[in-house]
Design a protein around this ligand. Structure first.
Ligand code: ADP
Ligand code: MG
Length: 463
């Protein structure tokens, strides 16, 4: 596929992402290679590629699929690093295939952009409250988001949503923004990622427009900053964020923040920011359970049935997927999308065999056994001790306790036997492991800090 063809194909994205976003993000993309299911684009900066991947990746892939190119994944290379376009690519061989996937247009609200004068990130039209499936693991977060979306008097500030990757944080934030736009069109609602906050801030510094930056951010009624853990360790951005945050709280403006962990757990975030973030309502999204996954799959399947002219999927296949893909919702959705695309492409019914076939890699990855080494590494990191101390002989409490936590988690999260675990903890006896596991069980029942640590570690390890 040449860049000319790509040029034509990408026009189709205008209606999906809006003219402004198209000009900013899509038009500069150069397709440099399309091979082996990978579309490689040349981009001006790493940030650019990352941004496009996150916000427009699905749209671009769908558009390419629609044009007959078999694309599974997009990759971005910064300018000069990009290899020269290949003479013949698999996409040319695949060019005769019939169009496979229509983008989920009926699910979008057709307004992917925000007010032009606000420097926010585009909203995904699919991320609404209607499309958010509520279950036990996310009901509190959902209720809190609903409350904030009513746009009434500010009762808790900020709303801090946290949880592992792909559990619906961004979805909920976009849903709040959509809802507010509809119900309270006069409110200035700004949604952006912490990364973009930083990017804008640096840009303002460079262009000597910090005052504009400040007044703009202080003029919004609702500010949402996604993935705030990103600014940890970035000192001047943190500082600016802190001031923006305080200014808005003082004016009683609603702030909504998301992160991949609780405020107190974010390393390299200033203490005063941590404590500020904890002042409002902190709610976490728990890892999905089977019912929630099944609910989400049913909802998506319903949608795809419309998209693919009635192509059906049996309940058994959905149950199979809900059982087997436990990592996160994004992976679950990706599996279903691929299943439909593949089945319609080859003109076959969606059966269990087809699913096993077509999703072999995803199923294998989800099956991936957590290793004891990974557990040791995460626990050591969490308690700030050396990995070598996990297997070493030190008996200091500050080292022995984390080691026992790692033993406990190894017993809980892997199927290894006590002697096997013992071997990986520097050749300790199985009774030592047993003792460690019991000790942690006892302590966790009494010590809520320890219980919290264990919850967090489990989430990190399984997320
Ligand atoms: P996070 O921001 O927490 O990493 P996202 O909000 O991006 O996760 O969610 C990942 C994907 O999973 C999105 O496509 C989102 O629509 C979907 N998703 C997550 N939770 C739900 C849910 N409860 N109902 C429907 N879709 C969900
Ligand atoms: Mg997110």
């Amino acid at each position: 596929m040449t860049n000319e063809t790509w040029g034509q194909i990408r026009e189709g994205l205008i209606s999906r992402v809006g003219r402004n976003n198209y000009t900013t993000w899509i038009e500069p993309l150069r397709l440099s290679q399309l091979e082996g299911g990978v579309a490689l684009f040349e981009v001006p900066t790493p940030f650019f590629g990352d941004w496009v991947q996150r916000n427009y990746g699905d749209h671009i892939r769908n558009q390419l699929l629609t044009s007959g190119a078999l694309v599974e994944r997009l990759e971005f290379l910064v300018g000069a690093e990009a290899p020269r376009p290949a003479a013949t690519s698999s996409s040319e061989r695949a060019a005769g295939a019939r169009p496979a996937v229509a983008a989920p247009a009926s699910q979008t609200r057709g307004r992917a952009t925000q007010d032009d004068d606000l420097p926010g990130a585009p909203l995904d039209g699919r991320f609404t409250f209607e499309s958010f499936v509520v279950g036990k693991p996310n009901e509190l977060a959902h209720a809190a988001a609903r409350r904030v979306a009513e746009g009434g008097p500010v009762t808790f500030n900020p709303l801090f949503l946290y949880g592992g990757v792909g559990l619906g944080k961004t979805h909920l934030m976009h849903a709040i923004a959509h809802e507010l736009r509809e119900q309270k069109p006069d409110l200035k609602v700004l949604y952006l990622s912490a990364e973009q906050f930083m990017y804008r801030f640096i840009q303002a510094l460079r262009d000597k427009q910090v005052m504009d930056f400040k007044s703009l951010f202080r003029s919004v009624d609702v500010l949402m900053v996604d993935d705030v853990q990103f600014i940890a360790g970035k000192d001047s951005t943190q500082e600016e964020f802190f001031h923006t945050f305080n200014a808005l709280v003082d004016q009683n403006k609603q702030i909504i923040i998301s992160a991949d962990r609780a405020p107190g757990e974010i390393k390299d975030l200033e203490d005063r920011i941590k404590s500020r973030l904890q002042c409002g309502l902190v709610v976490d999204l728990h890892p999905t359970d089977y019912e929630l996954r099944l609910g989400i799959l049913q909802q998506k399947a319903e949608f795809y049935r419309g998209q693919y002219g009635g192509l059906a999927i049996s309940h058994g296949v959905l149950e199979f997927l809900a059982h087997r893909i436990t990592t996160n919702v994004r992976v679950l959705e990706g599996a279903l999308t691929r299943l439909y695309a593949f089945a319609s492409l080859v003109g076959r019914e969606i059966t269990l065999e087809l699913a096993q076939d077509c999703l072999a890699d995803i199923l294998r990855a989800s099956d991936r056994k957590l290793s004891i080494e990974e557990i040791q590494r995460k626990v050591a990191e969490h308690y700030n001790i050396r990995l070598s101390d996990m297997i070493g002989p030190k008996r200091l409490r500050t080292i022995a306790r984390p080691r026992q936590v790692a033993m406990y988690l190894s017993k809980q999260l892997t199927s290894r036997s006590l002697p096997e675990i013992g071997r990986r903890f520097g050749g300790r006896d199985h009774t030592t492991i047993m003792h460690g596991v019991r000790k942690i069980e006892e302590l966790a029942a009494l010590d809520s800090q320890l219980a919290d640590d264990i919850q967090l570690l489990k989430r990190l390890l399984q997320g």
